[in-house]
Each structure stands twice: as structure tokens, then as C-alpha cells.
Write a protein that binds this ligand. Sequence first.
Ligand SMILES: *[C@@H]1O[C@H](CO)[C@@H](O)[C@H](O)[C@H]1NC(C)=O
Ligand SMILES: *[C@@H]1O[C@H](CO)[C@@H](O)[C@H](O)[C@H]1NC(C)=O
Ligand SMILES: *[C@@H]1O[C@H](CO)[C@@H](O)[C@H](O)[C@H]1NC(C)=O
Ligand SMILES: *[C@@H]1O[C@H](CO)[C@@H](O)[C@H](O)[C@H]1NC(C)=O
Ligand SMILES: *[C@@H]1O[C@H](CO)[C@@H](O)[C@H](O)[C@H]1NC(C)=O
Ligand SMILES: *[C@@H]1O[C@H](CO)[C@@H](O)[C@H](O)[C@H]1NC(C)=O
Ligand SMILES: *[C@@H]1O[C@H](CO)[C@@H](O)[C@H](O)[C@H]1NC(C)=O
Length: 431
Amino acid sequence: MAVIKALLLGVTAVSALEWADGTGKLPALGWNSWNAYHCDINETLILDAAKAMVEFGFKDAGYEYVNLDDCWSVKSGRDPETQQLVPDPTRFPNGISGLADQIHQLGFKIGIYSSAGTATCAGYPASIGYESIDAATWAAWGIDYLKYDNCNVPSNWTDKCEACVYSLGVPGEYVNGTCVDPENYCPAGYDYTASNSARRYEIMRDALQAQNRTILYSLCSWGTAGVEQWGNETGNSWRMSYDIQPRFNYVTSILNINSFIVNDVDFWGRPDADMLEVGNTGLTVAEERTHFAFWAAMKSPLLIGTNLNTASDEAKSILLNKYLLAFNQDAVYGAPAKPYKWGINADYTFNETNPAEFWSGDSQQGTLVLMMNTLANNRNMTVGFDEVPHLGAEATYSVLNIWTGEDLGSFTSTITLEVASHDTAALLFTS
Ligand SMILES: *[C@@H]1O[C@H](CO)[C@@H](O)[C@H](O)[C@H]1NC(C)=O
Ligand SMILES: *[C@@H]1O[C@H](CO)[C@@H](O)[C@H](O)[C@H]1NC(C)=O
Ligand SMILES: *[C@@H]1O[C@H](CO)[C@@H](O)[C@H](O)[C@H]1NC(C)=O
Ligand SMILES: *[C@@H]1O[C@H](CO)[C@@H](O)[C@H](O)[C@H]1NC(C)=O
Ligand SMILES: *[C@@H]1O[C@H](CO)[C@@H](O)[C@H](O)[C@H]1NC(C)=O
Ligand SMILES: *[C@@H]1O[C@H](CO)[C@@H](O)[C@H](O)[C@H]1NC(C)=O
Ligand SMILES: *[C@@H]1O[C@H](CO)[C@@H](O)[C@H](O)[C@H]1NC(C)=O
């Protein structure tokens, strides 16, 4: 069903997990239960989420997956005879296959969750050593997507040395995103492609590919073990950081890390900036706009993590922004938007509160420019056309405000806008 394609460019092998039906070429769009409900899930809740996606226009906008996260199975263990994972009979009285049928009838695909360890992060049975059985079980149930976490790795599967991975709020351990104590980490230039972590994720990839079914493979390895070296040939996306929370410093911190790895993004494989918090308590509307604009522009998978029945109208309209969804899903341009100027800090400064503010990217609909105001006060921000890689310095463009759909008119050389604190101006330039 799936093919691994290797393009040899000189001595560098570039390959990706490609599915014959095109699944995984573009970032996944969907919903996941974790950010809104954590372990508190059941069949009714998941079906209600899917129905809300239809009712509020998310299915029509292209959101495709409805994904279960942790806590869907019997916690005490596997079926003693078949060794299969068993759906919790109270939460899922029709099993996962019964839920999958109903999700498919609503026109969605369905995702499931496990960990490349002995137990999931919440302590439920997980897949290491059982990859073939679990992949076959999920295929038989009609599963279309796997999120594969990194908890409870057995001691004989740990790596020889650890990658330096930046973590929010660990003052002193990192300077400019780099570990201050390099002796405790793998040496610079270390090859992680043969690491035990890579192997743990490859075993599940091979098990999924052995099934007669397309199952999009989402690695949740938190940016560890040099995943950027092996993620593209192993999965369709790979988490590049610790978990998000609905606070603006998490948004800017993940965005900051991602700003240094934008060249890892292309068709078939991309860093995953984690599931969306838009709609959840903790972010202002301006911060929700910034969060969604950048996650879409960085071409991260976009998985809604809120209860759409209670989310505000503003949150829903942000998640439905047709220009940002079109940029994220562009079938011609695989590259994401990239920073062209940091703004508050000098270019290429690693800074989690004031990361790169000025970004641009090309798309079929025109050039997208984002200007984020990381300061606590409103501020006038200027697009200098000479600074934007995709714009002509002296050229004239029509500029659209993609939040309102308003045509701002024609501009030559510069355009200046007032941007509220923590908000992002999102503009589309066409000639
Ligand atoms: C499903 O979960 C929701 C939210 O936790 C809860 O209100 C509801 O009672 C649960 N339904 C069943 C059938 O367990
Ligand atoms: C760890 O132990 C398990 C069970 O004995 C074995 O199947 C697996 O191959 C071991 N892992 C490594 C990396 O040697
Ligand atoms: C694979 O699945 C397709 C469509 O579901 C089916 O037509 C085909 O017979 C299956 N092949 C095998 C080998 O099971
Ligand atoms: C991932 O591999 C595919 C080839 O299948 C390639 O088109 C893409 O550019 C690769 N991604 C990166 C970031 O190199
Ligand atoms: C961190 O980066 C900034 C900006 O590039 C630079 O001025 C500073 O010297 C760096 N600090 C260290 C310890 O490398
Ligand atoms: C991040 O940048 C801001 C603005 O330049 C600065 O005040 C702050 O100290 C920086 N944070 C760190 C951890 O260097
Ligand atoms: C932005 O510029 C306009 C026009 O010069 C001015 O009226 C406004 O006060 C400025 N806003 C800020 C926050 O400085």
C-alpha cells in the first residue's frame, strides 16, 4: 500500500513515508480529544465532537480526522488470549470499531493513540513488543491515523546518549537553545538515525505499512533523539517540542524553537508544533489569532483541541480562516512561511518571549506576510517590501487583511499597520 521513496541527491538520501493514496502529503487537519478532555473520553463525547465539526462547518472547511488520544482501552492489560488491546467497554460500548463506523458515516477518518513504550503516558497498555498485533487490530477496526507517544520506554530501549532538547522554563540549562553542559549529551554531529528511538518508531512504521490500509503515522517523540534526522522517512509528522498549554508563553516558545527548523518542513513530512489550544481558557482572542496563524503558516498539522459546542464564535472563526487553511494545505508549495526578520531581538536570536515576529511565505493565493506583536503594548509595524523575499522592493501589490477579508488597497514599497499586543497582522499580497 505504501511506498518508501528514496531520492538520491549526491550522497544525501532524502526519503519520506509516502502513502499511495496521497495521505500525509499535506499536514493533517482534524480534532483530538486530549487538550479539552484529557482522559475523560467516551463514545458519546467523540461522536458529539464529530457532529459539531459538521454543524459548525469544519468538515466542509477540510478538517478530516477525529482522533482519540490516551485512555481509550482497558487499563489493567491486554486480552490474555489474543494479546490485543481491549477498548474500555464502559466508555466505548460498541468498541472502537463501532465508533469508527459511525465516524466514517459522518464523513470523517478516525485516529487512535498509543506509545512506543510499555505503557501510555496515562499508564494504559502500550505497544512496544506488540507492534504487529496492534497495527493489525487497528486496521481491522478501521483506524486511519496513529499518534504514537514516547512514554514509558523500557530500560533496554533507551539511547546511548541524549539529544539537547530545549524545554520551557528550565532557566540556566540552556543558552540560546543549546545545552550549557554538552558533556552530558550526544556530541555535535551525532548520527541519530541508528538510535534506539528511531528504531522504536520504525518498527511501528513497518507494522502499519504491512497492513492493507492507509494509517497516517504521527510521531509524538517531543523533538528528542534527533528526530529531524529520521522523522521524514519514519512518519508523516513528528512532534518537535514538549506539550503545549493554553498560555501565550507556550505559543511563543514553541514558535521560537520552530523558527530555527523551518527547513525541515516540506511535503510528506513536517515538524508538529502540537495540538491547538484555540477555544480553550487561557488565551485572549488576539493570542488565539497568533497561535493559529503561525501553526497554519509553519505547516504544522492542525488538530483542534477544544469543545466546539462551547468555544466562542471568535475561536471558531479563527479555526475556519479560509486563507490560512489554504496556505497550510497548498498542494503546489510544500515550504512553510519563514521568518525574514526577528523584530524586537536581533535576527536568529533564540528567545522564547520575543521570537521572530516578521514571517513570509509563498502560496498559490499570493504571498502571506505575518507580523506578530510580542510586546505588551500596541505598536505600529511595517512590511518593508525590500525585506520580504517574495516581494519586489518597488512593486505595487493589492493587500488583503485575511482576518476580516477586507481589501486594504494597493501599496508600493511599504505598508504599516497598528498591531495590538500579542496579536498578529496576517496579510495576503497579490500583484
Ligand atoms: C461521556 O463523557 C462526558 C464528559 O466527560 C460525560 O458528561 C458523559 O456522561 C459521558 N457519557 C458516558 C456514556 O459515559
Ligand atoms: C529489549 O528487550 C526486549 C524483550 O526481551 C527485546 O525484544 C528487545 O529487542 C530489546 N531491545 C533492544 C534494543 O535490544
Ligand atoms: C485490501 O483492501 C482492499 C479494499 O479494502 C480489498 O479490495 C482487497 O481485497 C484487500 N487485499 C487484501 C490482500 O486483503
Ligand atoms: C521528505 O521527503 C520527501 C521525499 O519523499 C521530500 O520531498 C521532502 O523534501 C523531504 N522533506 C525534507 C524536509 O527534506
Ligand atoms: C546568544 O545569542 C545572542 C544573539 O545572537 C548573542 O549575542 C549571545 O552572545 C549568545 N550568547 C551565548 C552565551 O552564546
Ligand atoms: C528575550 O528577549 C527580550 C527582549 O530583547 C529580553 O528582554 C529577554 O531578556 C530575553 N530573554 C532571554 C531569556 O534572554
Ligand atoms: C500608529 O500610527 C498612527 C499614524 O501615524 C498613529 O495615529 C497611531 O497612534 C500609532 N499607533 C501607535 C500604537 O503608536
